[in-house]
Design a protein. Structure first.
Length: 293
């Protein structure tokens, strides 16, 4: 069986329609239907029940689909490993979750590139959850993500920690506080990073535990915008403390409870013998990254 047919089968299963799947695959419905029939003949079973509405998997079809997922992933890893062996440039694909490029000391990676000129770093930026999935799908070799992920297939190392603070503009009643409790924010207008970031969900959940829903009037994609909106006195900003942030007429006040933003480096466990990943992690281990004890 052509290994491409595994992907064909997977898309038919997910779309529950030969017609819809054929459009995604840019082949005719008749041709795709014939491929599915040939797979069924090869395994001497029926994978789909067909009717006017679409196609619906049998128990055998579901079992085959689950195996397709595993096999496709293993083939992706194999293809990537072969490309890596054959690559003269020794490319290492690194992903950064949105927001981490503002936090992570990029000069350290620049020095890594200078120390290992034979390694070609390719950088990508993506949303946190999407980046993790790219690592699991072998589309990326290594990623810097926010927060530790509960996934048994990943190796994760905490590299960077920065406190989460409240930015308060000059003249606000909380400006002279040395520490902020959540209860102080019940009636405050707030600005925060949007739902794509862990900080949004962590903060809103904590406020709910304290018995109130925070008054969030603006959500952003980066810390710089939070700072700008705070300086314009639109509201108080909940944000990780950026290492390069120059605060003018705004004060960064820590929260009670030592709440931090943590950046983890992660890669798939199957890649534990990947020489370039090991080179990168060994290098980072000896760098001043601001790691918490």
């Amino acid at each position: 069986m052509d290994i491409r047919y595994l992907e064909y089968f997977k898309i038919v299963y997910e779309e529950k329609s030969i017609q819809k799947a054929s459009k995604k695959l840019f082949i005719s419905p008749q041709g795709l239907g014939k491929i599915i029939q040939n797979i069924e003949k090869e395994f001497h079973t029926t994978f789909f029940i067909r009717n006017k509405i679409g196609v619906f998997p049998t128990a055998s079809g579901t079992l085959f689909y689950e195996q397709c997922i595993k096999t496709s992933h293993e083939l992706q890893v194999l293809h990537r490993q072969i490309r890596q062996l054959e690559s003269e440039s020794h490319a290492l694909r690194i992903g950064f979750a949105s927001g981490t490029l503002q936090m992570f000391p990029l000069e350290i990676l620049m020095r890594f590139m200078e120390a290992y000129p034979n390694i070609q770093l390719q950088w990508y930026e993506s949303l946190n959850d999407h980046l993790i999935q790219q690592i699991l799908d072998s589309e990326l070799d290594y990623g810097f993500v926010v927060g530790k992920t509960e996934n048994e297939h990943l190796v994760q190392t905490r590299w960077y920690v920065t406190p989460v603070v409240l930015l308060v503009y000059e003249g606000h009643p909380l400006y002279n506080e040395t520490c902020i409790s959540l209860d102080m924010l019940k009636n405050e207008t707030l600005i925060i990073m949007n739902e794509h970031f862990h900080i949004y969900h962590d903060f809103t959940t904590a406020c709910n535990v304290h018995g109130f829903t925070p008054k969030i009037i603006a959500k952003t994609l980066d810390g710089a915008t939070l700072y700008e909106l705070c300086t314009r006195k639109l509201g108080l900003a909940v944000t990780p403390l950026l290492p390069i942030q120059q605060l003018l007429h705004v004060k960064a006040i820590p929260f009670l409870g030592n709440y931090n933003w943590e950046i983890y480096g992660c890669y798939e466990k199957k890649q534990k013998n990947h020489a370039l990943i090991q080179e990168l992690e060994a290098y980072l281990e000896n760098q001043p990254l601001g790691r918490a004890p």
